[in-house]
Ligand binder design. Structure first.
Ligand code: G3I
Ligand code: 9MR
Ligand code: ZN
Length: 542
């Protein structure tokens, strides 16, 4: 039975881990019951807290705690007075196994340049796309192989900076939680030797190699001139593919991710690791030869995503940190120590502010204590960041670390990046409050939000149905490709349908489950990737 809630009680529609803190958010206070879905038996009765104003959603909300329910099963919550119920959810030792699998499988669906077979892709199969050689923008005579990699999002562009961010999250998830990846997905390369998550990242890394110019510099992106119409299937998008010019942000991210990959793949495939570090060093040399910011701006005839950024110190710092962690060469430490003195956010995990991956690599590396001052600075910086997120979460009715003005384009990625940072802080400080706060972020993404909506396609009683995702708009399958994280509320109202339908709404409600809403309901690899990292924490075997 599909118990459609009326949004007066919202829960994580997927479930709560056994023995965790379990709370539902109510917009009506009072007595509530937790009911076993199959037997109808009330297993717990409690009272909500009193109602408080939630600034981001504009709702009055109360919390109902049912942590005492430590019984495996499926349940729903019923409000005594109003006779309203929540969506059903489960309580399990590992409630997120299928979700974690789905978030990883999504990267297979994002693949470019390969047939997605009916056997592995089910009703979302399609033939190979974007196989033609690409034109080099600065040298139109030149054509190069550009196949492979993942589509960025609802469009079919392939961009280095967000691609590096997505691979970084997946490699970090594997590095910190290897036991979460013990099961095959499966994907075409599954071999029982290299974990599938590393096969999947290799699909993107192999494409990235093709984006490096012999000078070491890296082309910013590979896209058609303009976005294709929404009804274009990937294999029907036959417009010319263009290598946009080199940028220093793309080259920095490339150097960083290749150095990280060299470290992770070394035990499995030394030859591949060598190829990665060589490419990384070549990119680093380009960065040294080109010390100024070479920011990317779309050439006049190109209208696809620009991922434009005037600052590249964060990308260069990330590169130096990864190169140092992999090679232990003091040259990179000197570079990163110098760069660390500049003003940029040391814990940013966003494509535009990506230095956090450098700091994390530095903190996790076994040789970094050689410079205790920076190590200590970063460690206390991490604690401050996590404490700030705890504080912000305490002011939010749904328990997430977004202030009212932080519901920007891709706000769900901010939610998941913050949860990632809380979990990394938890790893260093073992403060249970950080882990609990991160779990509240998972609850938000999975339905415990003011819209009673699971933002992950195919997961939850009431999940996003109409993402801005060309393969799902163009195909004749009713259900969208599963396991995709939607961008989430964006108070900027950056598309026509948002402007028309969401005007005047509080920030956390600025979302529309409509395929035209690219500014609230698109999907993207780098929105899936931090979610996969976060869920890996609850999927690890202890
Ligand atoms: O950071 C500022 C914030 O300080 C300010 O308060 C807020 C006010 O709206 O804006 C914030 O900046 C926004 C930025 O995203 C945040 O990352 C910009 O307004 C907004 O225009 C920008 O949107 C980007 C969007 O492309 C348009 O350029 C998204 O970050 C980015 O994720 C998105 O990426 C697209 C690619 O271009 C193409 N492929 C799909 C992909 C996902 O939608
Ligand atoms: O579909 C495009 C999406 O992938 C991008 O993130 C978004 C922002 O750059 O743009 C979308 O394309 C729209 C274009 O920007 C404006 N005309 C309508 C296009 C989609 O319907
Ligand atoms: Zn493609």
């Amino acid at each position: 039975m599909n118990r459609r809630s009326n949004r007066a009680i919202v829960v994580n529609q997927i479930g709560y881990p056994l023995h965790s803190t379990k709370q539902a958010v109510f917009t009506k206070d009072g007595t509530f019951h937790v009911v076993n879905e199959s037997s109808g038996i009330v297993v717990f009765t409690g009272r909500t807290s009193s109602l408080n104003n939630d600034p981001a959603s504009g709702h009055m909300v109360a919390l109902g705690d049912f942590s005492e329910v430590n019984e495996i099963g499926r349940f729903y919550i019923q409000h005594e007075i109003e006779n309203v119920t929540s969506a059903p959810f489960s309580i399990q030792p590992h409630p997120y196994t299928a979700l974690h699998h789905g978030l990883l499988k999504a990267f297979y669906y994002f693949r470019c340049g390969q047939e997605l077979t009916p056997e592995l892709a089910g009703p979302w199969h399609h033939s190979a796309c974007h196989l033609a050689e690409g034109f080099v923008y600065d040298n139109p005579e030149q054509r190069l192989d550009c196949s492979g990699g993942w589509h960025d999002a609802g469009d079919y562009g392939k961009y280095i900076v967000p691609g590096a961010k997505a691979v970084a999250d997946l490699l970090l998830a594997y590095e910190l939680y290897p036991s979460a990846f013990r099961r095959p997905v499966p994907i075409p390369e599954t071999d029982g030797f290299l974990p599938d998550v590393l096969h999947e990242c290799r699909w993107e890394l192999d494409w990235m190699f093709k984006m490096q110019h012999p000078s070491g510099g890296v082309f910013h992106k590979l896209t058609t001139h303009q976005f294709p119409p929404l009804t274009t299937l990937p294999e029907h998008d036959l417009e010319p593919l263009i290598f946009s010019p080199i940028s220093s942000t793309a080259t920095g991210c490339f150097a960083a991710i290749m150095a990280k990959a060299a470290r992770i793949y070394q035990p499995f495939d030394a030859k591949y690791a060598h190829k990665c570090i060589q490419a990384s060093v070549l990119a680093w040399e380009w960065l040294m030869n080109n010390p100024g910011v070479l920011a990317f701006h779309n050439p006049p005839d190109i209208g696809t995503g620009d991922y434009s950024d005037q600052q590249d110190i964060d990308d260069r710092y990330w590169a130096a940190c990864e190169l140092y962690a992999t090679t232990h060469n003091p040259v990179y430490q000197d570079a990163l120590l110098t760069m660390s003195k500049e003003a940029f956010h040391k814990f940013g995990l966003c494509w535009s502010n990506i230095g956090g991956y450098g700091s994390i690599a530095y903190l996790l590396s076994d040789i970094t204590q050689t410079d205790c001052e920076l190590y200590d600075q970063l460690l206390s910086g991490l604690r401050n960041e996590a404490d700030y997120m705890l504080w912000k979460s305490s002011t939010d009715g749904y328990g997430i670390s977004l202030l009212k003005d932080e519901y920007i384009w891709g706000s769900n990625k901010v939610v998941m990046n913050n949860a990632m940072l809380l979990l990394i802080a938890y790893r260093f400080f073992e403060d249970k409050r950080y882990e609990a706060a991160a779990l509240n972020h998972v609850h938000y993404l999975s339905g415990r939000n003011s819209l009673d909506l699971s933002y992950i396609t195919g997961f939850g009683d009431h999940s996003v149905q109409h993402p801005h995702y060309r393969p799902s708009i163009a195909d004749d399958t009713t259900d969208p490709v599963p396991g995709l994280v939607s961008g989430g509320p964006n108070a900027g109202l950056h598309d026509e349908i948002s402007k028309k339908s969401l005007q005047g709404l509080p920030p956390a409600q600025c979302f529309i489950d409509h395929e035209d809403s690219y500014a609230t309901n698109e999907v993207a690899i780098y929105w899936n990737s931090p979610a996969l990292f976060v869920l890996s924490h609850w999927e690890q075997q202890k």
